[in-house]
Design a binder for this molecule. Structure first.
Ligand SMILES: NC(=O)c1ccc[n+]([C@@H]2O[C@H](COP(=O)([O-])OP(=O)(O)OC[C@H]3O[C@@H](n4cnc5c(N)ncnc54)[C@H](OP(=O)(O)O)[C@@H]3O)[C@@H](O)[C@H]2O)c1
Length: 352
């Protein structure tokens, strides 16, 4: 495709993007594991065939991927027998890149489109130079949204959005000014939850480590508690508010600790529920409790991803990048996520 310099800027931009996507090579660099349980040292750098886009899929030349704790939990075997579906497995689902090919049935994308996508959890594929994404979990990425920022969104921001909606947050200005508590507000999910809660006009109490208090306040939290202090561990709102909802992003806090902090119909949305939390939530459901614990598993969908990319385009939502690693150092990024002290998202970039 050739466009003269006199062509409109958008056409020239599209032509440059298509050229950047290039013709996919036969093989690509990727990072995979072939057994469960090996941690960062279990990751192996390999050369494998570039996948091809099947019906309703797009082939992406990846620019960036971000890690979610679930990625290494799958490697640990914590989601067996569901995941990993088969080994060897190229991990990570949250990516951004350029469309390098479209499969049959795909009408909304063309080679050269810049996109954000969530790959199929069963097949993974994000730690690689190319990956196939379902077209229905791929959205166009405007120039205002960098690959690293966009790749942070699918799981972490999607979960934050759905957790806040479960509490009753509305993003069209029609919601009540609810009081929410966000635990682990400095993490991948938490930092999006703080920003989204403020967009929904909620009053936000947040817990995080002291080193991140200013960041979390700067993104909109009204009250911040250091989780390593007795006040932080108690999670009580300094202004005496009862919580209408909790976006609970950490572990080790049971219902009995939340119960006295909640308003009459307050809901604790637990995104990492253990067995006891599942039992509590089942009991609350069958006894029709108003004040209750609700486990949440992300339900990925294109509309939410489009909403999030749009908010980012408009400068209303940002990705806090904890750190960036080239694909050649993927194991360092993996270990950083396992260590559990990221502030925002850990990004792996494919160039280099
Ligand atoms: N249900 C779902 O669909 C879903 C989706 C996404 C994530 N998740 C789960 O949600 C959890 C959070 O995910 P994430 O991506 O946000 O994790 P993350 O980015 O790894 O979280 C790390 C952050 O948590 C903070 N933190 C750790 N323990 C804390 C505590 N007790 N109190 C306050 N802050 C604490 C750390 O602060 P310091 O460094 O100061 O310790 C760090 O900033 C994970 O278990 C993940 O698997 C579930």
């Amino acid at each position: 495709m050739f466009f003269p310099l006199s062509a409109p800027p958008l056409l020239r931009f599209m032509a440059a993007a298509a050229a950047a996507a290039g013709t996919p090579p036969a093989n690509m660099r990727a990072v995979q594991y072939d057994t469960c349980g090996g941690g960062a040292t279990g990751l192996k750098h390999v050369e494998v065939p570039v996948p091809s886009a099947k019906k309703n899929e797009v082939l992406l030349k990846l620019e960036a991927a971000t890690i979610n704790p679930v990625d290494w939990k799958i490697q640990k075997g914590m989601l067996r027998p569901l995941l990993p579906r088969k080994l060897p497995f190229i991990p990570v689902t949250d990516v951004a890149g350029v469309v390098a090919g479209v499969g049959p049935g795909v009408k909304d994308f063309a080679v050269g489109d810049q996109v954000v996508a969530m790959l199929n959890s069963f097949t993974g594929g994000g730690f690689a130079e190319y990956a196939v994404a379902p077209a229905n979990l791929t959205v166009k990425r405007p120039p205002e949204v960098s690959a690293a920022e966009g790749a942070g969104l699918p799981v972490a921001a999607g979960t934050a959005l759905q957790a806040l909606r479960s509490i009753g947050a509305k993003f069209d200005g029609t919601g009540d000014p609810l009081n929410v508590l966000i635990t682990a507000a400095s993490g991948g999910v938490g930092l999006y939850a703080v920003q989204l809660a403020k967009l929904a006009n909620l009053h936000v109490t947040a817990t995080c480590g002291a080193r991140n208090a200013d960041l979390v306040k700067g993104l909109g939290a009204d009250e911040v508690l250091d989780y390593r202090t007795p006040e932080g561990a108690a999670m009580r709102s300094p202004s005496g508010r009862k919580y209408d909802g909790v976006v609970h992003c950490t572990v080790g806090v049971g219902w009995s600790a939340f119960e006295p902090l909640m308003s009459d119909a307050g809901k604790v949305i637990d995104i990492t529920p253990n067995f006891s939390a599942m039992l509590t939530s089942a009991l609350h459901a069958v006894t029709l409790r108003r004040k209750r614990l609700v486990p949440l598993l992300l339900s990925p969908n294109k509309a939410d991803l489009e909403l999030l990319v749009g908010l980012m385009k408009d400068g209303r939502l940002k990705t806090v990048v904890d750190s960036r690693f080239p694909l050649s150092d993927a194991e360092k990024a993996w270990q950083k996520s396992i260590d559990g002290h990221a502030t925002g998202k850990i990004v792996v970039e494919m160039e280099g």
